[in-house]
Design a protein around this ligand. Structure first.
Ligand code: C2E
Ligand code: CA
Ligand code: CA
Ligand code: CA
Length: 278
């Protein structure tokens, strides 16, 4: 699984030592963290390969736990999903993202942002209603937002997912299929779902410049996506050689440690002030 090496996030394995008691106490603490707005949001830039500009970010939730230290989202996002807290968590992330987008705009940076959407929220009328009201009260133009949904999430119930994604899209929010290539599903969902963007999973991207079959898969995915009218983002780009491969392959945007890891909103402003020379 996506282990962000070199970062100090605690590793967790669900089958591991986490007892029910610990899970319950962590859940209580998560409730407090959401209520007290202690969860933080970091932003990882996406670099447009055509313009060499950062025009977009992905919002990634962070929990700096008072005693346990920084916790990886892999630990508490599934916990929130299992216990009916994911709508609250996501709305919190959205609120922060909308507010940070506003700050960047005031600073002269017109940015768009993607937020990760759990499968659980594809059939939640409550979430949809709260999303509508958040967008209304914040006054944000919905087209600056993208929802990233994983393939497996979308395929759990394709018809239901399509309907939910259509309501988001009708509001003006763009839809991106996340971790593309890791699901076991057939390609047919690409025409069943209303999509704007496709994100190729890191496991294919990382060695695309070195490994012939990875390279072929990435190239044909880019071609397929473009034929379908979708933008393509490659995630997990760590090497300049990988970026060169993706540029030559016609990829639209890249994201990864080569450009930047996810950083706090203020650090992102600083990043936007200096041009990327790639
Ligand atoms: P994801 O959506 O696939 O996000 C990409 C993950 O890969 C992030 O880990 C990011 O820090 C990491 N990453 C980015 N570039 C590189 C790279 O070049 N190399 C490597 N090795 N890793 C890279 P993170 O932040 O730990 O997030 C893990 C997962 O947690 C995310 O995977 C996403 O599925 C989930 N997640 C994060 N925030 C949220 C949220 O607000 N809501 C929901 N539902 N899920 C979230
Ligand atoms: Ca994502
Ligand atoms: Ca991803
Ligand atoms: Ca991934």
């Amino acid at each position: 699984q996506a282990l962000a090496l070199g970062q100090n996030w605690q590793v967790h394995d669900a089958q591991d030592d986490e007892t029910v008691d610990r899970e319950l106490s962590l859940l209580g603490e998560l409730d407090e963290a959401i209520a007290n707005r202690e969860l933080d949001v970091h932003y990882q830039p996406k670099l447009c390969l055509k313009t060499n500009l950062i025009a977009s970010v992905e919002a990634l939730v962070r929990w700096n736990h008072p005693t346990r230290g920084p916790l990886r989202p892999d630990l508490f996002v599934p916990l929130a999903e299992r216990n009916g807290r994911i709508a609250g968590l996501t709305l919190h992330v959205l609120e922060r993202t909308i507010s940070d987008l506003h700050t960047w705009k005031v600073q002269g940076h017109a940015m768009t942002a993607a937020v990760n959407l759990s499968a659980k929220l594809l059939n939640s009328a409550t979430f949809l209603a709260e999303l509508r009201s958040l967008i209304e009260t914040s006054g944000i133009a919905p087209h600056v937002l993208t929802f990233e949904v994983t393939e497996s999430a979308a395929m759990t119930n394709a018809a239901e997912a399509a309907a939910a994604l259509e309501s988001f899209q009708a509001m003006g929010i763009a839809i991106s299929i996340d971790d593309y290539g890791t699901g076991q599903s057939t390609l047919s969902y690409l025409k069943q779902l209303p999509l704007d963007e496709l994100k190729i999973d890191r496991s294919f991207v990382q060695f695309a410049h070195q490994n012939r079959s990875d390279g072929v898969l990435v190239q044909s995915t880019i071609n397929l996506a473009h034929e379908l009218g979708l933008k393509v983002v490659a995630e997990g780009v760590e090497d300049p050689e990988c970026m060169a491969f993706l540029r030559a392959a016609g990829c639209d945007m890249i994201q990864g440690y080569l450009i930047s890891k996810a950083v706090p909103a203020k650090a992102l402003s600083a990043l936007l002030e200096r041009p990327v020379s790639m």
